[in-house]
Design a protein around this ligand. Sequence first.
Ligand SMILES: C[S@@+](CC[C@H](N)C(=O)[O-])C[C@H]1O[C@@H](n2cnc3c(N)ncnc32)[C@H](O)[C@@H]1O
Length: 241
Amino acid sequence: MVSVKEHYDSLLSDVYTWLMGGFDEAKKSNVAFFNSRNIKPLSSGVAVDLGAGSGFQSIPLAELGFAVTAIDLSQKLLNELKSNTDAHSVTVIKDDILNFSDHIATHCELIVCMTDTITHLKSKDDALKIFQESFNSLEDGGKLILTFRDLSEELTDTDRFIPVRSDENIIFTCFLEYEPETVKIHDIVYIKDHETWKLNKSCYRKIRLSAGWVEKHLLNIGFTLQESTNSNGFQTIIVMK
Ligand SMILES: C[S@@+](CC[C@H](N)C(=O)[O-])C[C@H]1O[C@@H](n2cnc3c(N)ncnc32)[C@H](O)[C@@H]1O
């Protein structure tokens, strides 16, 4: 078992963008996501991307006119983000998202924490810290967008083997081992190297968040719920301060 940072450094960051269908495809689906929710700068235009990865959200938001601060622990993914940005206004910070408010000078209009980043935290208490700190950092009318896989329901037996993506050079399979509050995520990657398949494997934990638990705590903090939808097990929650 390794930390999230070690897992990305040793295995996931090298194949992450490929795993998500490639940069152009992933960017396109996020552009569509933000357009369908009418997300655009209306006041300060300050946005923060928590767990920005290679920039699938930061770059569309910058193109919409937001001044984006992108925060992530993976230097490799942040380097990819930088190489994809050209002149777009994205400030890139390598740090834990739990420290995000240290990196913003003013209240922000938008905070996004998307594609499961929130479940990478060590505990539900850490998720609550992000919710509260987001509330404190947003201006009135500002929004927090979370998207994550709801791991509260257990898969069993061989259903726990997930064939994530494969092509002629890479086969990426995931195995899920459920614990009461967390899931051990075993990533198993075969990469072809000169006609030989090489195995890379690594395991890290995600926390099991249900939509109901997340909604309840966001509302307790004082947010108003704008959207809570589930598509193929992936939850989108949008709240407003
Ligand atoms: C599943 S990826 C999502 C990346 C991006 N939001 C996307 O949609 O592709 C999760 C990202 O969160 C980052 N991450 C996980 N825990 C973090 C933490 N505590 N602080 C900073 N970054 C973190 C990982 O390095 C990774 O880039």
